[in-house]
Write a protein that binds this ligand. Structure first.
Ligand SMILES: [Zn+2]
Ligand SMILES: [Zn+2]
Length: 369
């Protein structure tokens, strides 16, 4: 266990990370200091690292601490904190899953039960590295959690490897498939089988989908998608023609197309193809592209004529995180939930980004020791 608070600083695309040490943040009333045990590189960080979209122009000469998909143990409880968000007693040393952003709880959206759309969720990220609580990301040893950030104890049968993706990829997918109301008998297409995509296969089946069709270009990813519940797979490398892929989806859905198509690639380039795979009355779910600055072509008349809709989901509520942890516990024995991430040391963060960018691994996980 590290006694100091190491953090990997990012400066700009193309520059290596730098490991520096910071103070361990003291918890304030109602908050918690967490010791990070594992943190993944999420697709969103990959966009920043590559400089995709508007990120190509963002430079932080003072350095920034990225990272949000993580799990850890309670290092110190602030005054007044005795339980997690389900009321279970909470003590130092407990393993927890936490909401990485901080919905304000009082804005118009929060008070109308739409905390996932709180415009103040990321206000905590403001402030210099020399100001408490110093390390606001998770590519570091310690991270402070504010009173508004949901936190849930992790059951013993859920390993750190399983739970590390719960607070972004898994909770996000749960919220997204909830929003587009995947239900009994639906036919679902999953575009992209990285971390988000393989979870989406499992959750779509959990919600009663009749057929889940997973699309990717890498055979190992498609194999995991199948193990997580996909009924059919389409390998883009073997079927490079868009029209042909759309034809396969139509053939697998009695000519109708899919009730739900989810974009989990992280590229606007695949949206048009996904929309063309939709059945009449179908729902398109956008999650993958979280950065602004790219566009896609869309014929609104086609959506109207076929009664289709597009939904975009970029955060989640506390209930989705709770359901993510319960899902992992319920399915820990019969799904390969331990196989979603590949381990790297914090010192190897540059290589981890390079490997994930090259598609050599689905999702890299930095193990903090
Ligand atoms: Zn993420
Ligand atoms: Zn709010």
């Amino acid at each position: 266990m590290s006694e100091t608070n190491r953090a990997a600083l990012f400066f700009e695309p193309g520059q290596p990370f730098e490991i520096r040490e910071f103070p361990v943040p003291e918890p304030r009333d109602g908050g918690i200091t967490l010791r990070i045990t594992r943190t993944n590189i999420c697709g969103s960080e990959l966009h920043i690292w590559r400089g995709d979209g508007r990120f190509g122009r963002v430079k932080t000469p003072q350095g920034r601490i990225m990272g949000h998909e993580a799990t850890g143990i309670v290092h110190a409880l602030g005054d007044g904190v005795h339980t997690d968000w389900k009321g279970a007693p909470l003590a130092e040393g407990d393993r927890v899953a936490f909401q990485y952003f901080d919905p304000c709880g009082t804005c118009r959206n929060c008070t109308r039960s739409m905390s996932e759309a709180c415009p103040n969720s990321f206000a905590f990220a403001a402030g210099g590295l020399d100001e408490w609580p110093y390390t606001r990301g998770t590519f570091c040893d310690y991270r402070y959690l504010r009173p508004g950030q949901a936190i849930f104890k992790v059951p013993d049968n859920v390993t750190d490897t399983m739970v590390v993706s719960a607070n972004c990829a898994l909770a996000q997918v749960i919220k997204g498939l909830d929003r587009v109301e995947v239900t009994l008998g639906d036919r679902v297409v999953i575009q992209g089988c990285g971390g988000l995509g393989v979870y989406a296969c499992a959750i779509a089946k959990e919600r009663g989908a009749e057929t889940v069709i997973a699309i990717d270009a890498i055979p190992e990813r498609l194999a995991l998608a199948r193990a997580m519940g996909a009924d059919e797979t389409i390998n883009i490398a073997e079927v490079p023609d868009t029209k042909e892929r759309i034809g396969i989806v139509k053939a697998l859905t009695d000519g109708h197309g899919a009730d739900v198509v989810a974009e989990l690639v992280g590229s606007a380039d695949v949206i048009n193809e996904g929309l063309r795979m939709l059945a009449w009355g179908g729902r398109y779910l956008e999650i993958g592209v979280f950065f602004t600055g790219t566009t896609f072509a869309c014929d609104p008349g086609g959506l109207t004529a076929r009664n289709q809709r597009i939904e975009a989901v970029g955060s989640y509520d506390a209930a989705s995180l709770e359901r993510a942890v319960s899902f992992l516990s319920r399915r820990s024995d019969d799904l390969p939930l331990d196989e979603v991430v590949v381990d790297y040391a914090l010192e190897d963060i540059d290589q981890a980004f390079i490997d994930q960018d090259a598609g050599r691994v689905r999702r890299t996980s930095l193990v903090m020791t």
